[in-house]
Design a protein around this ligand. Structure first.
Ligand code: GLU
Length: 443
């Protein structure tokens, strides 16, 4: 087990109390603050819609936010305090849906922004959900498996008043996986006294997970790339791809691009990237990554930095790592024709302006990476009816749903002459606004 002492936030009694700085990172300022960016994007979108101002104000703020601090007993007997959050942005269209992330950089502003994006994503995909997000300030790699399980079960208990198959359904996000979802599902079920598989999605198949859920985000990313190529008259066999992020989303997206005949010439992870002009052998690369823990040093490929990967000459750039990767600093240097946003919020509003001026085609995050929540929805439906579908059916539903959303976004963008991100958010926000007006304001 790694030494957790230095890597995880410790409560320090001699420090003055501050909401975000004490047990976690202080939210970044300006262009680096995800909530500031999400609001800037929202304001830009609603300019194109004719919404009641009270509805606009309602959607600017999360409906409810829970901040929890809780103790976890570590393997050496020490007790450490952790901070976690769960935010529900909107409950208008149905129960809230959204991932839980474990990262030392989690802040409440980040979780608020991601919850808002989940509302737009679910509405755009026509899923009967509102948006939510959760997070714990922790480096999961610094904990043993048993410590991670204890942290997860305690966090799930702390936020359990927010959870339920009819109120709020978490899923994996950065730093969490199907095992974490299994522990949350089990904890919730133990408190209820019976099994409630539909309380989380992205679970292992053995306990009610859906076939194809693990690959769904990466697969959906490539479904949207395929549609974008079609529109631009490009044939996959002549397309080169660079992928930032070689985790669950990036690695699957790279393989799916390859299956369609595209050449994956570069990939990167948090430690750096690699480039091979005539295409990487992804099967050997996966073995190399498993053995060495990183993509760098892959035999026959040149080592490059993450910054270099982003500005490589290629047809499609898949950004599947994290927020704020394409900023005002590097947007004018991007040389890809299409940017596919596998991550949430990878492009800042400042960078967006630059890319739009340069006519780079962006497949925005709430469309591009919506495959994950779409198959989460299919998993939830299967759990609720206790009837499970074959993989072919899941992948076909995913492809049909994401292609329909893609076409809607393109049509909206063309008819209103707005960039794809604005078009996607216009469709989403209009749907939620319509639902608010039809339901009426209580009481
Ligand atoms: N965390 C994923 C996302 O950002 C999946 C959310 C879900 O399946 O609920 O879309």
């Amino acid at each position: 087990m790694a030494d957790t002492k230095d890597r995880n936030p410790v409560h320090q009694c001699n420090k003055p109390y501050s909401i975000s700085g004490d047990l976690g990172a202080v939210p970044p300022e300006g262009e680096q603050n995800p909530y500031v960016n999400a609001l800037a994007q929202f304001d830009k979108t609603v300019e194109h819609l004719n919404l009641k101002s009270g509805v606009v104000d309602t959607l600017r703020y999360p409906k409810r936010e829970l901040s929890v601090t809780f103790p976890v007993e570590l393997a050496n007997g020490d007790i450490r305090i952790f901070r976690g959050y769960r935010v529900h942005h909107s409950t208008v269209l149905g129960p809230t849906k959204g991932g839980i992330r474990y990262s030392p950089n989690v802040t409440l502003d980040e979780i608020r922004a991601l919850a808002m994006l989940m509302s737009w994503k679910c509405a755009l995909m026509n899923l009967p959900y509102g948006g939510a997000k959760g997070g714990v300030v922790v480096d999961p790699k610094a904990l043993s498996r048993r410590e991670l399980e204890r942290l997860t079960r305690r966090y799930a208990t702390e936020i359990s008043l927010m959870l339920g198959p009819e109120s709020d359904i978490p899923a994996p996000d950065m730093g969490t996986d199907s095992q974490v979802m299994a522990w949350i599902m089990d904890t919730y079920s133990m408190h209820k006294g019976y099994s409630v598989p539909a309380v989380t999605t992205g679970k292992p198949v053995e306990i009610g997970g859906s076939l194809g859920r693990t690959e769904a985000t990466g697969r959906g990313v490539v479904n949207t790339i395929e549609q974008a190529l079609k529109r631009m008259g490009m044939v996959p066999q002549r397309v080169s791809v660079a992928v930032q992020g070689f985790g669950n989303v990036g690695a699957v997206a790279a393989s799916c691009c390859r299956e369609l005949g595209m050449k994956v010439l570069a990939v990167s992870d948090s430690t750096g990237g690699i480039l091979k002009e005539d295409g990487l052998d992804l099967d050997s690369l996966k073995i190399h990554k498993k053995e060495s823990g990183q993509v760098s040093g892959f035999p026959g490929a040149e080592n490059i930095t993450n910054d270099e990967l982003l500005t490589l000459k290629c047809d499609v750039l898949v950004v599947a790592a994290m927020e704020n990767q394409i900023t005002s600093r590097n947007a004018d240097k991007i040389r890809a024709t299409i940017i596919a946003e596998g991550a949430n919020g990878p492009t800042t509003p400042e960078a967006d302006e630059i890319l739009n001026d340069r006519k780079v085609m962006t497949i925005p995050d709430i469309l591009c990476n919506a495959g994950g929540v779409t198959v989460s929805y299919l998993e939830w439906v299967q759990d609720l009816q206790s009837f499970y579908w074959p993989l072919e059916q899941i992948n076909l539903h995913l492809k049909n749903l994401i292609t329909a959303a893609f076409n809607n976004v393109m049509a909206c963008g063309e008819s209103h002459r707005v960039p794809n991100r604005v078009a996607a958010q216009m469709l989403a926000i209009q749907r939620i606004s319509d639902a608010i007006m039809i339901r009426g304001i209580y009481p």
